[in-house]
Ligand binder design. Structure first.
Ligand SMILES: Cc1cc2nc3c(=O)[nH]c(=O)nc-3n(C[C@H](O)[C@H](O)[C@H](O)COP(=O)(O)O)c2cc1C
Length: 307
């Protein structure tokens, strides 16, 4: 049997397969090098970087729920300079495109970090995080207010020649409005979904479990929500879409591809099994073999909504 072709060009980034990792769930790559061959990944997406270092939110920052997890990390990161000195040397040794997730609290901060990465060697593309629910300023506001959203995407676009992927918030009434706005501002691709706002209470104290109060819900609980939003977003634009949200088994990833995503990212499942991403790659290949599909184009966007 012929070996199926798993390669995909996502927003100008040549990937050997459509599977990557979700920002914030795979550190800066080196943390996972002992557990799996990183060169097998379609791309590596690193945890969100801002221009200056950020301490993040008070502990505890994570909480396991019955069907997922909540986190309120607060975008803790070492900042641009330390990322470049401490993590880029290792990342440059890999034969995998590097996508850097970037964010700021103001338009100017977004511009500064995008501009800085634009001239850095070894970066294949940027993912603009406008959708984090866990920081007090910026974050989700940029992702849920259409005017601010346009402003930040437009500002970022002007600062870089690199492929620009805009990460959408699920917390909007009409995802297609944001997908189309990103496309019209010059985004090369979209990724979705980020976490959903959530609250867990310690019933003995009557207080929130997370140090930040509320947090973002991820994992299997959000998967069907993500599939619906990816389906809507993908059919409303002609730029490629990366689907994420609760991928644990290969069928979760296939659902995203079938509703129109050209790539997928594995997030929370990595915490339980760091090799999940490899299972998903192998599973997609086995699925294509079973169906005698030669290329991913025979899978992507083939959904038939008639029942
Ligand atoms: C602990 C944790 C940290 C995260 N940090 C980031 C981040 O820095 N930037 C970002 O865009 N998304 C971040 N996310 C969101 C994930 O990239 C992803 O969109 C979300 O978790 C849904 O995928 P999943 O259900 O497979 O985890 C984070 C998620 C988790 C669980």
């Amino acid at each position: 049997m012929i070996k199926p072709d798993l390669t995909v060009n996502f927003a100008g980034i040549a990937m050997k397969n459509p599977v990557t990792v979700a920002s914030g769930t795979f550190g800066y790559g080196s943390e996972y090098a002992a557990y799996l061959d990183l060169n097998r990944l379609g791309a590596i997406v690193v945890k969100g970087i801002s221009m200056d270092p950020v301490m993040g939110n008070p502990l505890p920052r994570t909480h396991e729920t019955r069907s997922g997890m909540m986190n309120a990390i607060g975008l803790q990161n070492p900042g641009y300079a330390e990322f470049v000195s401490d993590y880029m040397p290792f990342l440059r040794t890999l034969d995998v495109p590097l996508i850097v997730n970037v964010w700021g609290r103001t338009i100017e901060q977004y511009e500064a970090v995008v501009r800085a990465f634009d001239v850095l060697d070894g970066v294949a593309g940027l993912e603009l995080n406008v959708s984090c629910p866990n920081i007090k300023q910026g974050g989700n506001l940029f992702g849920t207010n259409l005017d601010l959203f346009r402003e930040v995407v437009d500002a970022a676009r002007k600062q870089t020649q690199l492929p620009l992927i805009v990460k959408l918030s699920p917390n909007v009434a009409d995802i297609t409005a944001f997908a189309k706005a990103a496309e019209s501002c010059g985004a090369d691709g979209l990724s979705l979904i980020n976490t959903l706002p959530a609250l867990a209470i310690d019933v003995e104290t009557g207080r929130p479990i997370l140090g930040n109060g509320t947090g973002g819900l991820s994992g299997p609980a959000i998967h069907p929500v993500a599939v619906k939003l990816v389906w809507e977003a993908a059919k409303s634009v002609s730029i490629p879409v990366m689907g994420m949200g609760g991928i644990d088994e290969v069928n979760d990833a296939l659902e995203f591809l079938i509703v129109g995503a050209s790539a997928v990212a594995v997030g929370t499942a990595t915490f339980r099994d760091p090799r999940t991403v490899l299972r998903i790659i192998d599973g997609i290949e086995a699925y294509m073999q079973r169906h005698e599909y030669a290329s991913l184009s025979e899978v992507i966007g083939t959904v038939d909504m008639n029942r």
